[in-house]
Write a protein that binds this ligand. Structure first.
Ligand SMILES: *Cc1c(COP(=O)(O)O)cnc(C)c1O
Length: 465
């Protein structure tokens, strides 16, 4: 055995203790750590000949990188939509690495990881109050979840013409309707060979909305004269968390032949709030749904699920089967994740989710979600009552989209830069209805009123100077 490896193996206890000590120190200080650091490091391009061994590598990492790592999973990182890691999810993530399993099959091998994944999918369906006629799997994020779902939708569309697009390529026009699709949906269309320009943008509903105007949608559908299409609905737009009218779309399903996909990357969690679950009423009739886990579920990055109606499993297999691998068995008879999603080998992504769901249950997620919503409402009220800021849209769930009342000379961008440079809070810029704006999105389980108070004070100071 290589001496560095042998040495590491010999002192494995000590090494893991060091990693644990460092982890605890980081997590204990997460609220005080800066949310931004504009430091560029020198990128090394030469590898050490004999290796450093883990302890020296750790020391080197600490000298070069540790101090400039930002508190992205801390309570005041409100940019994008960034969750934190619950304690249970950290345990699950750690053990995922320790056990190092690859979830493939349900039967036939001794590895149980695919069963853990399947169980976790069922627990998630229960959390979201979705029926068991969905089947799903874990992918790296909502982008790949959208990609996976839309790949099955593409195959479904081919079937309507008796074509197998997975085998023979796309030979028919694929009609896609959406109103305010997330950028990753558009990217998925590019990756799927459908083309990012090839979707029809349906009007948004009146009254400062980002949701589909149902009348415009139905007019577009009627122009198709019965031709099948794909509808991509939003379950929470990124800027203003607007939801398409799922009940109305479900009613259209009875009249027209289309695949209905919902991108509910974070909006799905409205289902965990008694006051907001009506926003997802009717989503159980969708054909596929995208939900991120590394956002509002608060597990570490590299985690999302897709749900596809189980009756379409054969289309999923058509699309993703890892053919020419006889040792993997008949893809329709033997359950094997290799034949159901883009990747072959994967880590056991379900485990951090499984742990977090087990540790906190439905009540835990209800509490996380209602806390985030309360934070968003509180911050929204602060903006509304201020003479310096103004809301660009009502606070519909967990995100506040606002701007400066004084729009002169790029004032909003200048203010946002000053705010982020403090390292006390992080928000991201946006453009909404032609106005430059700022988004603050609340999904982190740690965020508390004291964080809001700190940021409000900071914003008032900065705007006055
Ligand atoms: C974040 C997000 C995505 C993309 O998710 P990733 O996890 O970054 O791949 C897609 N759709 C919506 C609505 C999102 O909020």
């Amino acid at each position: 055995m290589n001496t560095k490896l042998e040495n590491d193996l010999y002192q494995l206890d000590f090494i893991l203790d060091k990693a644990k000590e460092q982890s605890i120190a980081y997590l204990k200080n997460i609220s005080n750590r800066s949310t931004s650091k504009g430091v560029k490091v020198e990128i090394a391009n030469q590898l050490v000949e004999n290796g450093l061994g883990t302890l020296d590598a750790l020391q080197y990492f600490n000298e070069k990188f540790e101090e400039i790592i930002v508190s992205a999973s801390g309570p005041r990182y409100w940019g994008y939509v960034v969750g934190g890691s619950t304690p249970a999810s950290i345990v699950g993530d750690w053990l995922t690495t320790i056990y190092d399993q690859c979830p493939f099959v349900i039967e036939g091998h001794s590895d149980t990881s695919a069963q853990i994944e399947l169980e976790t999918i069922h627990l998630l369906l229960d959390l979201f109050n979705l029926p068991n006629d969905f089947m799903g799997g874990f992918v790296s994020g909502a982008t790949v979840s959208n990609f996976t779902s839309l790949a099955v939708a593409r195959q479904w569309l081919g079937k309507q013409y008796d074509k197998d697009f997975a085998k023979d390529g796309i030979s028919e026009t694929i009609k896609i309707f959406a109103a305010t699709p997330h950028s990753s949906v558009v990217k998925s269309l590019a990756m799927l060979g459908i083309g990012s320009n090839n979707f029809t943008r349906i009007k948004v509903a009146e009254g400062n909305r980002e949701s589909i105007d149902m009348e415009d949608l139905e007019q577009h559908i009627q122009q198709l004269n019965g031709q099948p299409f794909i509808l991509i609905a939003s379950g929470g737009t990124v800027n203003t968390v607007d939801f398409d009218d799922f009940k109305a779309i479900a009613a259209l399903k009875k009249k027209y032949n289309f695949w209905w996909h919902i991108d509910a990357a974070f909006g799905a969690f409205a289902a965990c709030s008694d006051e907001h679950k009506h926003l997802v009423d009717g989503w159980e009739f969708a054909d596929s749904i995208t939900i991120d886990c590394h956002k509002w579920l608060n597990v570490p990055y590299d985690s999302a699920v897709f749900f596809v109606k189980e009756k379409y499993k054969y289309l999923q297999v058509d699309t993703f089967q890892n053919s020419n691998a006889p040792y993997l068995g008949n893809p329709l008879e033997n359950f094997n994740y290799t034949n159901l999603l883009p990747e072959n080998s994967r880590r056991l992504r379900a485990l951090p989710v499984w742990f977090s769901l087990m540790a906190y249950g439905k009540k835990g997620y209800k509490d996380i979600v209602s806390n985030s919503i309360a934070m968003a409402n509180h911050f929204g009220e602060f903006i509304e009552n201020s003479n310096d800021f103004t809301l660009l849209a009502p606070v519909r769930l967990n995100t506040v989209c606002f701007t400066l009342q004084n729009q002169a000379d790029n004032a909003t961008s200048v203010f946002l830069k000053k705010l982020n440079d403090t390292g006390k809070v992080f928000m991201t810029p946006t453009v909404y209805n032609g106005s430059k704006g700022i988004r603050a999105s609340f999904v982190n389980w740690r965020t508390a009123l004291e964080d809001l108070e700190l940021v409000k004070k900071l914003m008032i100071e900065l705007i006055e100077h």
